[in-house]
Design a protein around this ligand. Structure first.
Ligand code: NAP
Length: 353
């Protein structure tokens, strides 16, 4: 059984707290160091963090002194998870990678870098080979791997079986996104209670671009992006956890029998099944038969928050097929997804202690 000491950058934030919660009792990873801004550094974690998880703060971290996010303060870790605010992630993550500390990040800053894998293990595990192309550190020991936007993850997971079978021609979707996706304190209560906000600044370009890299093919060390248009409308709704997507798809090669579409979801096999990764759900996609499902409050926590739920698979009057996809935004869409990425990187021997 491997065991690795890990650090968490942005440990006081919403995603940082989810990392702490999910890493409690992790069989391979032990939290050794927590980092945040100068406002928090030097304080005990229990004084620096406004703990918003619905379980008690673990005793193993409450007394840890929060560090500055500088690589020289993290020599005792094998790699770091980053839940850093994007306004600071570019320099801090490059500093860590540059001094040989691998970074597994949630921030958007390096997602479009052609040498940085944008990784969902069930969708594009082979893309981790891009690490070999990175030049962050002279000896190649430091690198960055990112996980996608929290809507792009369930979108790509649901599109993957369809793209493999029928080829995707175009996608139109509307996302109904939970308030926990905006971090803490996030959206003002007077804006969101009893309301829907029809714009999330900066969100739609990420949802439209990231699935194309995820569904792209690695050829001669370069990702050839998938080539189809995605039109996204991102909205914020008064739900605590779980982003729900209403998706409509046109295929290049539509099946003559529509129920082939449902079968594509049901018969899809995860490429990481059998690797025994501790955070991998047995069924990454679950197709609900009951037309009332999936619902964020009922299903966001299914399979420990790591599953993408599919429902209402039906023929579309415009384009070919319509369905609902839903996933827990801070687990599958952030910290849990990053932990699964780390597990795959351990299994593939990119991380060593
Ligand atoms: P958040 O609650 O606002 O937390 C931001 C974290 O960054 C805090 O720990 C903060 O530390 C730290 N930070 C801010 N300025 C810093 C500085 N100058 N130096 C070092 N640390 C600094 O945000 P979040 O929702 O957890 O999101 C974190 C990242 O994950 C973002 O890049 C976000 O886009 C991404 N993400 C979030 C979600 C989600 O569902 N929430 C999903 C996917 C990806 P202090 O407490 O000391 O200020």
């Amino acid at each position: 059984m491997p065991n690795y000491n890990v650090g968490i950058l942005g440990a006081t934030g919403a995603v940082g707290q989810k990392f702490i919660r999910l890493l409690q009792n992790h069989p391979w990873f032990t939290i050794k160091a927590l980092g945040a801004s100068g406002r928090s550094a030097g304080k005990k974690y229990q004084e620096a963090a406004n703990w918003v998880e619905d379980v008690a703060m673990p005793e193993s971290v409450s007394g840890l002194i929060v560090r500055n996010c500088k690589s020289e303060e993290f020599h005792d870790v094998d790699f770091v998870f980053s839940g850093l605010d994007s306004s600071v992630a570019t320099e801090i993550e490059a500093d860590f990678a540059g001094t040989g500390i691998p970074v597994i990040s949630n921030a958007k800053n390096y997602r479009t870098d052609p040498t940085v894998p944008l990784l969902v293990p069930e969708v594009n595990p082979d893309h981790i080979a891009l690490i070999e192309k990175q030049k962050f550190s002279d000896d190649g020991k430091g690198w960055i791997v990112t996980n996608p936007n929290c809507v792009a993850i369930p979108l790509a997971m649901s599109l993957k079986p369809l793209h493999d079978r029928f080829g995707i021609d175009s996608v139109v979707l509307t996302s109904l996104q939970a308030i926990s996706g905006a971090g803490y304190p996030g959206v003002p209560s007077l804006d969101i209670l009893g309301n829907v906000i029809p714009l999330i600044g900066g969100e739609e370009p990420k949802i439209e671009a990231e699935p194309l890299k995820l569904l792209g093919e690695l050829k001669d060390g370069v990702i050839e992006h998938a080539d189809f248009p995605v039109q996204a409308t991102a909205t914020r709704v008064p739900v605590i956890n779980g982003h729900l997507l209403s998706v409509t798809v046109k295929f290049k090669d539509a099946p003559s029998d529509f129920w082939e579409v449902k079968k594509a979801f049901q018969e899809w096999k995860s490429p990481i099944a059998g690797l025994d990764l501790p955070s991998a759900p047995e069924y990454p996609l679950h197709v609900h038969e009951d037309e009332r499902y999936p619902q964020p409050r009922l299903h966001a926590d299914s399979a420990k928050g790591m599953q993408t739920a599919i429902g209402r698979v039906r023929p579309a009057n415009v384009m070919d097929a319509a369905y609902i996809a839903m996933a827990h935004n801070t687990v599958r869409g952030a910290a849990g997804g990053a932990i699964l990425n780390a597990e795959l990187l351990v299994k593939k021997e990119y991380i060593s202690s």
